[in-house]
Design a protein. Structure first.
Lengths: 336, 325
């Protein structure tokens, strides 16, 4: 797959405040730096498993910032670190999660890393079986609709997950019952080693929307602003009762599938180089600088702050206690 | 008290729960105008409307997954799967999500959902329509498994299921829908989980059943008394998870013999678990090895003669008892 041509629109053409653009950049960069540090810790032997979202930060931040944090629900998948940051996760919490520490607020060491879930932040924890969370999102939207709560639910997955029956069953159910769900597919080109052509028979994943009688859109997932604009429109419509929507963000998995994978067996280096040139964080920085929105010093300052935040988070989290063995036995059944 | 059929008792429980709690709603295939495949939900659409009695697409994983989400979102869904056989299509959602989310989220998210489904053989529905999976579901931590054998229990246990904070697998037996019994009218009538019912007291042997097999055990007890002068105690487990092993052990310590009766396959079935627990807890009281009368280890065939040959009967139970005396 080739990289999509970038938009020529200047940033000033979008209705985004400087503050929003700064947040966008910060979230993307924080996610990337966290993932880089996690992989380093894995190679040093201190973190058993890392699964990252490098290359998908623009798609994730653009989409998550289009939601109302504190009101809307997020059913993420395991690459969506940047989305979770938008929903309030801190760098320290992300590192607690990596090390499966006692105080990891997501699962206190029970789930594999990157299976985030925090009820108070409206983030739903997930099974490792892909696409199952799309149905949970559909049900949450059903509950919200029945209670007449103006809530939108964003359900995320990769393009590989769209092969599963649960993807179809969720879109079908949500479309029949007109539920406020945004199905957000991060098409990063690969399902582990299988290229998108082996997973999806249509040119675009979003082409499938027509089969459910709902609206679909394919966007450049390397451009956070474009993703934000598209998702924002879909969210507003869904909140007014005109959902669901299927949005596909075309992005790229810049790294191997996980810390256990060697992608040189199946991925041409030329393709990787072509996409790396369109690294969404690099592009964003160039754009805000070239459009004269932020001077280079501001961006350097943000970068230095984030580097420090990540260093602190890793060191601090590593020193936190593991769960007590007795904790393995709790929370099987809720008292009733 | 009123005399009603098993299916009517279930319907009464659903009606009362829909009235009691606004969060309760029902969804499943053909539960609306059609009234459900076993006519349990007949009339509920007219009374409660299409929002609370919701017809869904034929998509078992989808219905269960959406039910899980609705429960997470604060509702109290009851999902009807046409039969337990189709629950294989939803098994991942039931086992990997409904049963585990509370544990995996460290107590943040529970899934208070009732999943109703019809189970069991004996109705000429053949291999893919006649499974008895009560034991399989009881195997998974995080699920509660309920299998009423009579109309009063059907109502009391179903009403209790809606008051649970966990996913309850509520299993009805296809051959019991038409049976009649006295059922309390009290809208607060519930039967607690984990309380086995001593259906008939006896002194010589304990017959243990659940769901449909309680009836084989009871008929066998009558035959044993009338034909052989043997006094059999009959226990209806009512719920497999939680399991009331205390009542079973108390009985076995009194009668010194136990026969487990179940429709399910013997190999790896729930009877094996029960037998192991009796051995662990009451070995010194046993005068004979625990016996199991189970379905034959074959897929269930359609023809009536073939089906009978594959399912346990009261005669098989009598034979097992005579062999251990």
């Amino acid at each position: 797959m080739g990289a999509p041509a970038p938009t020529e629109q200047p940033l000033s053409a979008y209705q985004l405040s400087e503050q929003s653009l700064e947040r966008m950049y910060s979230y993307m960069l924080l996610a990337r730096r966290l993932n880089e540090r996690m992989m380093l810790l894995n190679r040093q032997g201190t973190a058993p498993f890392v699964i990252a979202g490098a290359g998908q930060e623009a798609a994730q931040v653009g989409a998550a910032m289009a939601l109302q944090v504190g009101v809307d629900y997020l059913a993420p998948y395991y690459r969506d670190l940047a989305m979770n940051l938008v929903f309030g996760m801190t760098a320290r919490e992300a590192m607690l999660n990596l090390f499966a520490k006692r105080d990891d607020p997501n699962s206190h060491g029970r789930q594999m890393p990157s299976h985030w879930g925090l009820r108070e932040r409206h983030v739903v924890t997930q099974s490792s079986v892909v696409a199952t969370q799309l149905l949970h999102a559909t049900g949450i939207a059903l509950a919200a609709k029945m209670r007449q709560d103006p809530v939108v639910v964003m359900a995320c997955c990769g393009e590989g997950s769209t092969s599963r029956g649960d993807f179809h069953e969720a879109l079908n159910f949500a479309a029949i019952h007109h539920l406020p769900v945004i199905f957000f597919v991060e098409n990063n080109g690969y399902a582990i080693s299988e290229r998108v052509e082996k997973e999806v028979p249509t040119e675009h994943v979003a082409d499938r929307a027509r089969g459910y009688g709902i609206e679909g859109a394919t966007v450049d997932g390397m451009d956070a602003v474009v993703v934000y604009q598209t998702v924002r429109q879909a969210v507003d419509q869904a909140r007014r009762g005109r959902g669901p929507f299927l949005i596909e963000a075309k992005c790229y998995r810049l790294w191997a599938h996980s810390s256990d994978d060697d992608d040189s067996r199946y991925r041409p280096r030329e393709e990787l180089a072509e996409w790396a040139a369109r690294d969404p964080i690099k592009l964003f920085r160039e754009r805000v600088q070239n459009d004269g929105i932020f001077p280079a010093e501001d961006l350097d300052r943000i970068e230095a702050q984030i580097d420090e935040e990540v260093r602190d988070a890793a060191q601090w989290a590593m020193a936190q206690p593991d769960p007590e063995p007795a904790d393995a036995l709790g929370f099987v059944y809720k008292e009733s | 008290m009123a005399e009603m059929r098993y299916r009517e008792a279930l319907r009464e429980a659903l009606r009362e729960e829909l009235i009691r709690d606004d969060r309760v709603f029902l969804m499943g295939e053909d539960i609306g105008a059609y009234g459900g495949s076993y006519a349990v939900t007949t009339g509920l659409l007219e009374e409660f409307g299409p929002e609370r009695v919701r017809d869904t697409p034929i998509a078992e994983s989808g219905i269960i997954g959406a039910g899980i989400g609705a429960a997470m979102g604060g509702m109290r869904p009851m999902v009807e799967l046409m039969t337990i056989n189709f629950s294989f299509l939803a098994l991942d959602q039931i086992v990997n999500s409904a049963a585990k989310l509370y544990y995996m989220s460290h107590g943040q998210i529970n899934v208070p959902m009732v999943v109703r489904m019809a189970s069991g053989g004996g109705s000429q529905l053949a291999a893919t329509h006649s499974h008895s999976l009560e034991g399989m579901y009881a195997h998974f931590p995080g699920l509660k498994v309920v299998c009423p054998s009579n109309p009063a229990d059907a109502k009391g246990l179903l009403k209790r299921a809606f008051r649970d904070e966990n996913t309850v697998i509520f299993i009805e037996h296809t051959s019991l829908y038409g049976i009649k019994g006295e059922v309390p009218d009290d809208p607060d009538f519930i039967i607690e989980f984990g309380k086995a019912n001593v259906v008939r007291e006896g002194t010589d042997v304990t017959l243990i059943g659940y769901s449909g097999s309680v009836w084989q055990a009871s008929r066998a007890a009558t035959m044993l008394e009338e034909q052989e002068g043997i006094s059999a105690e009959v226990i209806d487990l009512r719920t497999l998870s939680p399991l009331d092993i205390e009542t079973v052990i108390r009985s076995v310590k009194k009668t010194n013999r136990a026969v487990i009766v179940e429709d399910d396959w013997k190999f790896g079935g729930f009877g094996g678990e029960l037998s192991a627990q009796i051995m662990e807890r009451a070995f010194d009281w046993l005068d004979a090895p625990v016996a199991r009368v189970s379905g034959k280890d074959v897929p269930l065939p359609y023809n009536r003669n073939l089906e009978f040959a594959a399912l346990p009967s009261e005669e098989d139970v009598v034979e097992a008892v005579l062999a251990m005396l």
